[in-house]
Every structure is written in C-alpha cells, then in structure tokens.
Design a binder for this molecule. Structure first.
Ligand code: SF4
Ligand code: SF3
Length: 552
C-alpha cells in the first residue's frame, strides 16, 4: 500500500484508494495532502495551547488553516508542487505560533499534551515526502475512533471550503476559525468515542453557522438569487468557461472581460451564478455550458476556449485542453497555469486567460434550450403563501430534498429514476451538482411552482435548511420531521459531509444517503448514526419512491 484515502464516495471498492486515487490523485499527492492536514493539526495544537497564555486566533491563521483544509478536498488540487509549498508555509505558521506560546522560557505551562504534529519538522523536500507516507488515516488504530476522527476532519474540510468562499468576499468569523482549532485538536487528543460524537455534532452546528455566513456574503454582495431562465446554447464569439464555486473569481472575470469581445459561460457548479441580480448586468455573460463536473473531458474539449477552474471538481485531463486550462485559489493541476491570489485591493490578473481566449475559436454548440433556477430562500419565502396554500389544498403532497453531488458511479442513475418516478404532486428541492441528474427533464410545474426548485450550488444548501425551518414555522409544527419533506441526498465529496452534519444538527432525521454510505463510517459509527438519526442507504428507485410517498 503506497497511500490510503477513503474520503469520497468513489473510493476504490468502497473501502479505500491504496495505490492511486480513483479521482486521479497520485500516491505522492495523496500522502502530501495527509501531511498538510497533519501540520495544520499541529498549528491548531499551538493555537489551543496559546489560549491559556492569553493568545487568541487571528484572521490570518484562521484563513491559512481553512485554505489548507480546502486544498485537500476531493478534486480540488492535484499539484504536488503547490501542496509541497503549502506544507512549508504551514510549518512556518506553526513555528511562529509555537514560538509565541513558548516565549523565551521554551516551556509550555499548559497541561495539554504536545502531539507529534505540533513538533515534527523537516528542512528538505525529500524529508517531507518521506514523512508524508506515515501520517495518514491509518495511523489511528481503533476503527471507531479513526472513523469519528475522519468524519470530523471531512466535515471540517467542507466547512473550510464554505468559510474560504465567504472570506474571499470579506466575511470572516473568528468563532468559526476557533471551531476549526477545537475540532482539529479533538482529532489528535485521546478523546472518548462519546466526546468525538459530540464534536462531530458541534461541527454540524458550525457548518450551519458557516453556510449562513456564506449566504450573507453572497446575497449582500450579489443580491438575493432570483428565478432565472438560463441559456444552454452558444454564440459566435470567443469565450471563457468558468467552473467551480467561487463567485468572486467570476466577478473578476466578468469585469476584466467587459468590452473585450470575449464571452463568459458557466460550467457545472457555477451555473447558479446566473441567478444573482448583480451578474445579470453583464451582457457577455451568456449562459451555462455542459453538464456536471465529471463530463468535463468532453465539455472542455468541445468548448474550444480557455477554462478557469476556481475550485473542485477537476478530473484528470484527457485530450488537448490542458493548455487551455487555468486554476486559481485552492485549485491546482499539474501543467495548468495557476492564477495567483488577488492583491489586497483590485482583481486577479486574468490577462493571460483573456489573451488566450481571443486566439481560440468560439464554443461548439452541444445543446440548446434553457433551464430555470434561482429558488433560494428569499424567492421561496416570497411565494411562501402560495406554497403553504398548495400544501394545504393537497396540490403539493411532498417535498423531496435531493441535494448534493453528482458523480461517475453508474448507480447514480437512481436519482434520475427517482425524479422521474415521483408522483406529479411531489416537488424536488435541490442544490449542488446533484441537480444535473434531473434538471433537464422538464418535470413540469404545480400551479406555476416548478417541480424542480434549484436553490443553487452546494454552497447554497443553507437555503434548504431555511426553507424547511420556515415551513415548520408556517405550519406551526414543533418538529421539523413532521413536515411533508423527505431527504434523498447524493453525496460525493467533503462539502456534502459538512451539509449532512448541518442537517443532523438542525434535527433532520430519516435521511436517505447514496449511492453508498461513506466508507469512512465504521460499522460501529454507522450504527450510532442509524440509531440516533435513522440515516439509511438508498435502496432501488421504485421502493424508495413508494416509501417517500408514504412518508417513510
Ligand atoms: Fe480515492 Fe476519493 Fe481519496 Fe481520490 S479523494 S484518493 S477517489 S477516496
Ligand atoms: Fe459537485 Fe464537485 Fe459536490 Fe458542489 S462540483 S457539489 S461534487
């Protein structure tokens, strides 16, 4: 075994990638990502110790930790050099904290232990690579403790991604960064299983808080999403395709391409950007191109112009488009040009991507037509009376939350089958790239309310929680689980883990999860989740639709 990773749904054999990632991550990159997490835990240890000496978290450290966690999320960064550089930076941040905490006495009077992640160091790439193979998931021997430590870590990776997007828009919360420290240190101290379960749920609470912060950042900056018809066709101009989740990067791109003759299209999780009022003013912001992330080999080849990957999900490049692919932020891919962070004021330097676009042919048309989205919480609340009346009259009998991720696994056809088989009085609430399994099916509407309500990116999952809580209020219910809402969640990467923990925190039970239950849940931990929250694996579409209709 040269690596071990089981953080995503596509892990080899639903057990663990041991030689190379199914995602395309090499063993070297996988191990370096483990080491980056290890050293980031070391930073957390010194911040925690610092509290007893009156030293507290600052924005730079919190931001560094969340960026480091985000870098290791599935399909964000495949670039060995970038991860190596980040490990060295992390060692530097950790050393500064260690020096501050120890002061001149070199004595830590606090009673907390000092695990190896807080003290190990290396001064060459060779030593870093050598250590990287020995700090991963399997260093925790007890299966249940390992499972809980990883569940917390993956929830944190998702939370960190959301925090990072909010921070890009100038919204940060030291309390969230402090939770990152608490949760990371919980994975290195010798805690009981009960204490780790409590920290898992606490991470769910902070996932809600972080999603709320991101919602505030997005809506304060770009306005509340509006119901919008998005074009799927193409124009004759040269163009840039932007993918991933970062709205600030899109804003920079739209501003920099203004008047240049270069059009901008969204791909995959960037689709919901069209719903924001502020982005509607750009007449060169043309539409959405292609499907969800795993179709990118075909979509990017056909697009003809440059592609900007702002975050996950990147897949291994096949074909000729690598010379047209750029990454930025936490994303990285060997051979793709990386656009550096924006200066303190101003925009990212996108000159290279725009210059390349001007030399490229216009995108090849792969489909035509439109899709409709923009049903985030403010829009739903604006028509809340209509929705409540439709439920009371029986026109809408059930809402089915089918949010989450898409993926390559063939079993994901289940989600298309469920969408098709649900009765005409059921409405699907979605967010995330899971929607691509059914958002082009034309499932119709109920009295003007579309049967697929897209709240946005996985980053907008907060909307689904707000909608559920508001409906609970509107119906005067004392328990969110009494609403006519079923949860049929598709997960793939760690942001979905954060969303799952957020749903558990707000009290949602009976969630169906698929296409498989996470491999990182040990039988013991899975049992706790099943007993406490009635989480269940998906079954087959006909059986699940029958159960959903019956409210089971
Ligand atoms: Fe395997 Fe997923 Fe880890 Fe990639 S991220 S190495 S596919 S478990
Ligand atoms: Fe998708 Fe990667 Fe999770 Fe944002 S783009 S939902 S998988």
């Amino acid at each position: 075994m040269s690596m071990f990773c089981f953080q995503c749904q596509e892990t080899a054999g639903n057990a663990g990638c041991k030689v190379k990632g199914v995602c395309g991550k090499t063993d070297v990159v996988a191990n370096l990502q483990d080491l980056l997490i290890f050293v980031t835990k070391g930073i957390a240890v010194w911040v925690e110790k610092g509290r007893s000496k009156g030293l507290f978290m600052d924005k730079e450290t919190g931001r560094f930790m969340t960026r480091a966690l985000f870098t290791t999320i599935t399909n964000a960064n495949f670039d060995e050099g970038m991860i190596m550089a980040r490990i060295k930076e992390a060692l530097g941040v950790r050393d500064v904290w260690q020096a501050k905490v120890l002061g001149s006495s070199q004595d830590c009077s606090c009673r907390l232990t000092t695990p190896e992640c807080a003290t190990w160091s290396a001064d060459t790439d060779e030593k870093i690579r050598a250590k990287a193979a020995y700090v991963g998931v399997l260093t925790t021997g007890n299966e249940d403790v390992r499972s809980l430590r990883e569940l917390i870590t993956y929830g944190l990776k998702g939370l960190a991604a959301y925090a990072e997007h909010a921070a890009e828009l100038g919204y940060e919360d030291l309390d969230i960064y402090d939770h990152v420290v608490n949760a990371l240190t919980a994975t290195v101290h010798e805690l009981t299983a009960d204490e780790l379960v409590a920290m898992t749920l606490k991470t769910g609470e902070y996932a809600v808080k972080t999603l709320a912060l991101l919602d505030k950042a997005n809506t304060s900056t770009y306005g509340n999403p509006e119901v919008t018809t998005v074009n799927l066709g193409v124009r004759k101009n040269p163009a840039i395709l932007i993918s991933g989740h970062d709205l600030r990067d899109l804003e920079d791109l739209l501003e920099e391409t203004k008047g240049s003759g270069v059009d901008v299209y969204t791909h995959s999780e960037m689709l919901p950007a069209h719903y924001y009022p502020k982005f509607k003013k750009y007449d060169h912001f043309v539409g959405n191109y292609g499907g969800s992330w795993w179709h990118q080999n075909d979509d990017f080849e056909n697009f003809n112009g440059p592609i900007l990957m702002t975050t996950n999900c990147i897949i291994p490049v096949k074909g000729t488009y690598l010379r047209r692919m750029f990454t930025t932020g936490a994303a990285g891919y060997p051979g793709a040009v990386h656009i550096t962070d924006r200066p303190t004021s101003g925009r990212k330097d996108l000159a290279a991507i725009i210059a390349l676009a001007k030399t490229c042919p216009s995108p090849k048309e792969i489909e035509t037509g439109t899709i409709v989205g923009g049903f985030a919480h403010a829009q739903i609340m604006a028509v809340a009376d209509k929705v409540v009346a439709a439920v009371k009259s029986g026109a809408i009998k059930r809402f089915v939350v089918m949010a989450g991720c898409d993926g390559r696994n063939k079993d994901r056809e289940y989600f298309t089958d469920v969408a098709k088989a649900l009765p005409k009085d059921a409405v699907i609430l979605t967010a995330g790239c899971a929607k691509y399994r059914y958002n082009k099916l034309n499932l119709g509407d109920i009295g003007g309310i579309p049967r697929v309500l897209d709240a946005g990116q996985c980053n907008d999952s907060y909307s689904l929680a707000v909608i559920a809580l508001k409906l609970k209020e509107a119906f005067g219910l004392d328990d969110i689980n009494k609403l006519p809402i079923s949860y049929d969640i598709a997960w793939y990467e760690q942001k979905a883990v954060a969303v799952l923990l957020a749903l558990l925190f707000i009290g949602v039970k009976h969630i169906r999860l698929g296409p498989t239950l996470p491999a990182f849940l040990s039988p013991g931990v899975a049992k706790v989740l099943i007993e406490k929250f009635d989480i269940k694996p998906i079954s087959d579409a006909p059986s699940d639709v029958k159960a959903i209709v019956a409210g089971v």
